[in-house]
Structure formats: structure tokens, C-alpha cells
Design a protein around this ligand. Structure first.
Ligand SMILES: Nc1ncnc2c1ncn2[C@@H]1O[C@H](COP(=O)(O)OP(=O)(O)O)[C@@H](O)[C@H]1O
Ligand SMILES: [Mg+2]
Length: 252
């Protein structure tokens, strides 16, 4: 098993978007993937994957009201352990149990953990059960600063940071260039995911972007990241030209 926490420090950088799509893209490469919503206070992974977020969830497991296996469901070829979205569920969930619960996830080939923002107990619990971390950053100073702190905390817990995922990239001159992001964070940028209106469109449909708009620039960047992490060959999806569609029609 390989377990990776998708972290950022700062909230709203795109952790959940990256986690959900990476999980589906990895499953498309034939891997057995479990994705966990470990953002205990602001759980919302279920919306990104279009799964039922009702009881039992990770929160019920943390409250001692459900077994882990009961809370795992499947969507788009991925096993999902969602968190509950209600405030009430939060009241009964015991974050102290997160480490113990997540340690029991060993049987999956790949476990991706959607980690919470900040450097609180829930992040420490998520980091304490993973082999590695990915840092999702936006091309802005505040995001890099928070990512740097997260990297230091991960290092203290002996978690290797694989690299950064630069998300919501516009490629405008006022943005921090990729090279500078790498210099500041002292790690490679493994993927640059552009700002793409299809991301929001996909989440409003409750369908992961890589399935909703596989040809969109952001989906292609996410699939390439999945391929690189798995050591698989990435083949970009190209729109068929008129001529190739015509050829397919005649030569079936
Ligand atoms: N590459 C992108 N292009 C456009 N919108 C994005 C992109 N990545 C994320 N978003 C949007 O940014 C918001 C925050 O993303 P989310 O994945 O929920 O962040 P986090 O989990 O870090 O809080 C969401 O509305 C999401 O649709
Ligand atoms: Mg999130």
C-alpha cells in the first residue's frame, strides 16, 4: 500500500479537487484506490465525487457508531470514505481516533487522503498515517508560505513531500513563475493545473472533472499527474479531427 496525503496549509487551494480527480484518474489506470475525506471540520469530498454523504460516514466511525467497512462506498471505480457535512455529526466525532481509524486502511493499493487546511490535530493525524504528501499550492505568496509550513511539519513527522501541485495557474506575468515556486518550496512542481471554468462546472454536476470534461486542460494536467505518480505512460486525449472522424466512419 502507498498512502499519500494531499495537503496545502491554506484553505481553498484545490486539495479536494486534486484528491478526487487524482483518485479517479489512478483508478482509470487499473489501480485499487481508496480516497478518504480527512477534512473533519469542512468535509465536502462527497460533493466532488457525487457520492451519498449520509450516515454512516467517517464521522460515525470516529464517534464509535459505525465500523470502517460500513462507511466505505464506491463511485467512478474508486472506494470512498466520505466525511459528514452536518455540524451535528462533527460534535460527536472524536478526531483523536483518526490515526487509529486510518491505520486500518492497509488493504488498498493506494490510499489518498484529502487533508484539512491548517496545522491542527486533524492534519497531524492524517500525516501520521501516510507515507508521503503532495502540496497543492496556488501561484501566490500566502499559499507558498502556508505550504512551506506544512512541508516542515510533514518533515518532522518523517513524511516525504513528493512535490507541489501548482493549481489555478493563469500564466499571467504577475503570477509567481513555476521556477520560483520550486526555489521557494525546495521541491519540484509535479503538475501545473490551469485555472479552468470546467472545474466548477464539473463540481456542480457532482462528477469528477476527469470524467466530466476529460479533454479540458485541467483534466489533462490531472491525468498526467496521476500517470507520472504511477509511473505509467500518459497519452493526451485529443479531439478527433473532422478527417479522422470521417475515416472512422468508413473503416470500422
Ligand atoms: N484549476 C481550477 N480551476 C478553476 N477552479 C478551481 C480549480 N481548482 C479548484 N477550483 C475551485 O476552487 C474552489 C476550492 O477548491 P477545493 O478543491 O474545494 O479546495 P480545498 O479543498 O483546498 O479547500 C472550488 O470552488 C473549486 O471548484
Ligand atoms: Mg477541501
Amino acid at each position: 500500500m502507498v498512502s499519500i496525503a494531499v495537503c496545502s496549509g491554506k484553505g481553498g487551494t484545490g486539495k479536494t479537487t486534486v484528491t478526487a480527480n487524482l483518485a479517479v484518474a489512478m483508478a482509470q489506470f487499473g489501480r485499487d484506490v481508496l480516497v478518504v475525506d480527512a477534512d473533519i471540520e469542512m468535509a465536502n469530498l462527497c460533493f466532488h465525487l457525487g457520492v451519498d454523504g449520509s450516515t454512516p460516514t467517517l464521522h460515525d466511525v470516529l464517534a464509535g457508531r459505525a465500523e470502517l467497512a460500513e462507511a466505505v462506498r464506491e463511485a467512478h471505480g474508486v472506494k470512498v470514505l466520505p466525511g459528514a457535512i452536518s455540524l451535528k455529526a462533527l460534535k460527536h466525532a472524536d478526531p483523536e481516533r483518526l490515526e487509529e481509524v486510518l491505520s486500518a486502511l492497509e488493504k488498498h493499493e493506494i490510499v489518498l487522503i484529502d487533508a484539512p487546511a491548517g496545522l491542527g490535530r486533524a492534519l497531524l493525524a492524517a500525516l501520521s498515517v501516510v507515507d508521503a504528501a503532495l502540496l497543492v499550492v496556488n501561484p501566490e505568496v500566502s499559499s507558498l508560505g502556508d505550504a512551506l509550513k506544512t512541508k516542515v511539519v510533514a518533515g518532522k513527522l518523517k513524511v516525504k513531500t513528493l512535490g507541489a501541485v501548482l493549481n489555478r495557474w493563469h500564466g499571467t506575468p504577475e503570477e509567481i513563475p513555476v521556477r520560483d515556486v520550486e526555489t521557494v518550496l525546495e521541491m519540484p512542481v509535479l503538475a501545473t493545473i490551469p485555472e479552468d471554468k470546467k472545474v466548477r462546472e464539473a463540481s456542480s454536476y457532482g462528477t469528477p472533472l476527469v470524467l466530466h470534461s476529460p479533454q479540458s486542460p485541467a483534466a489533462q494536467a490531472l491525468k498526467e499527474l496521476a500517470a507520472n505518480l504511477l509511473g505509467e505512460e500518459y497519452r493526451p486525449v485529443r479531439k478527433d479531427s473532422f478527417v479522422s472522424r470521417l475515416k472512422k466512419l468508413f473503416i470500422k
